[in-house]
Design a protein around this ligand. Structure first.
Ligand code: PEP
Ligand code: MN
Length: 282
């Protein structure tokens, strides 16, 4: 029997020993950006990389407004096979170029085991998409890379399953994991998903790993993304990741939830204002 399996079996009350350690705090470095330190970080960029002009102009605009990490998808997990699937390697190159141009590290999704090497060659941080959270062979392969991982919560995953997915990566040798709450499926279909901010507060008490929130996929609704980002930080998130597009109405994916440059600037201004004081009775 495998030794480490026996060790885990013995710690029955805590079968996620590597992610637990609630009294410690891990700071994950993406390029020179610390996630999990004293300041919340803002990651921003288009849902999909579409063209040089689109991703570079977005990078420059979000950096100027205060973003510190550039996001953008080159391999897209789409519900329909007829939807845009991403530019692949060409998208990785354009994202890298935009990151270098604006002076930001980049995060992008890796969808399959076979793409891990090429994505790790181009990107500073590798994203595991919500639909892949329990792709255990992908998680095991990512554990062997020297890149930090952004692990999205599956749309129907419990907190324990989410942490167990992170445990796979830590157990395999990669301690640089950032958890990302991006909304879950519930009975309510008034928004794209249900943003589970209570889980963020809870997970912050359960793990030493940083936790960030994606209010774009959680809501699917541009007008409330800034407010949800602010609530996420108020509840203890170490940062947010949001979608921004120069012309959301023309976006090849997720236009309805993409902020314009002006919207993004508004969100950053709103994040800088303290949460209002509670009325105090005299
Ligand atoms: C994305 O970040 O563009 C994405 C597809 O996210 P998720 O996996 O959370 O749906
Ligand atoms: Mn998207």
């Amino acid at each position: 029997m495998h030794d480490s399996w026996v060790v885990k079996k013995k710690t029955a009350e805590n079968n996620l020993p590597l992610v637990s350690r609630p009294n410690e705090k891990t700071v994950v470095r993406v390029g020179d950006v610390p996630i999990g330190g004293s300041g919340a970080v803002v990651m921003a960029g288009p849902c999909s990389v579409e063209s040089r002009e689109q991703v570079s102009s977005t990078a420059v605009a979000v950096k100027a407004a205060g973003a510190v990490i550039l996001r953008g998808g080159a391999y897209k997990p789409r519900t329909s096979p007829y939807d845009f699937q991403g530019l692949g390697v060409e998208g990785l190159k354009l994202l890298r170029e935009a990151g270098d141009l604006s002076g930001m590290p980049i995060v992008t999704e890796v969808m399959s085991e076979e793409d891990v090497e090429i994505v790790a060659d181009h990107a500073d941080m590798l994203q595991v998409g919500a639909r892949n959270m329990q792709n255990f062979s992908l998680l095991k392969k990512l554990a062997k890379t020297n890149r930090p991982i952004l692990l999205k919560r599956g749309p129907s995953a419990t907190v324990k399953e989410w942490l167990a997915a992170a445990e796979y990566i830590l157990h395999g040798g990669n301690e640089s994991v950032v958890l990302c709450e991006r909304g879950i499926k519930t009975f309510d279909n008034s928004l794209r998903n249900t943003l589970d901010l209570a889980a963020v507060a809870l997970v912050k008490e359960m793990t030493h790993l940083p936790v960030v929130v994606d209010p774009s996929h959680a809501t699917g609704k541009r007008s409330i993304i800034g407010k949800c980002a602010k609530a996420a930080i108020a509840v203890g998130a170490d940062g947010v990741i949001v979608e921004v597009h120069p012309r959301p109405e023309d976006a090849w994916s997720d236009g309805a939830q993409s902020l314009t440059f002006i919207d993004f600037l508004g969100m950053m201004e709103e994040l800088a204002v303290p949460v209002r004081p509670v009325f105090a009775a005299v």
